[in-house]
Write a protein that binds this ligand. Sequence first.
Ligand code: NCD
Length: 292
Amino acid sequence: MQHLITTVDFTNDEVLKIFDDATIFSDLQSSSILSGKLVVTLFFENSTRTRSSFEIASKRLGAEVVNLEVQTSSTKKGETVEDTVANLNAMKPDAIIVRHSKCGLPASLIEHVNCPILNAGDGTNAHPTQALLDLFTIYKHFDKKIDGKKLAMIGDIKTSRVASSNLALLPRFGVEPILVAPEHFMPNKNFKKVQFLKDVIDDVDVVMSLRTQLERHEKIFYKNLEEFGKDYCVTKESFGNRNILLLHPGPVNRNIDISDEMLKDSRCKVLEQVTNGVAVRMAILKKLILKQ
Ligand code: NCD
């Protein structure tokens, strides 16, 4: 049984096969390849894109989807998540998609199920489908020629699970991350580090902006986010006329992560990432449920 807990669960060949399938699914049209299958989503943390993306991906392939309403579920009556999942598993779903604030929770569920577990984000640990869709967006844009590309990752890198999954995945395909952050948002990882975007903007092909994860901070670093935005907001001024791709996993804090003007700029691919996210998740569901 194959699960997707972190990007390490897929070999490079498997990732490339997912990208081939995602390319076929790119128009997001309906098919019936997962007809008769049942996908359960279990989101213990807020989500707009990821949950709807998984649901739409499942439905586009003909699967049925049950979204467990965590607010009204028995975990509110003291049942453990493991027991909730074992009970759901007893109803014979074909995949369970989980998001939880606790690092490692999706991995701990594997021993309680007979179907694939897909990690839709666990605390600050991992968000594998986001990293795969980010890499797919880069791969498509550069017509598969991504070896040697440089990506500036800017913002709250330390607490972001999107960052952590991307930092594990991108180098496997020859994309070099360069970390752009103030000291308190810098992870303890062995990549090139700079303080400001202007220090590397001339050398990079892609900029990935990240949201400040206020809900995960134990300390207050800024009186207000505008203070952070003054130095770290990606603007037309910082991009100039350079031919660079701008990514963000969403939700974007406008004029703090990226300026209104840059969000409208054709180099900003935030909505393309969302479309690619459905195609990549279709490919992943196909792989894990049909084992092909
Ligand atoms: C991210 C997440 O939840 O980790 N959003 C997403 O899934 N697209 C990023 C974030 O919350 O900042």
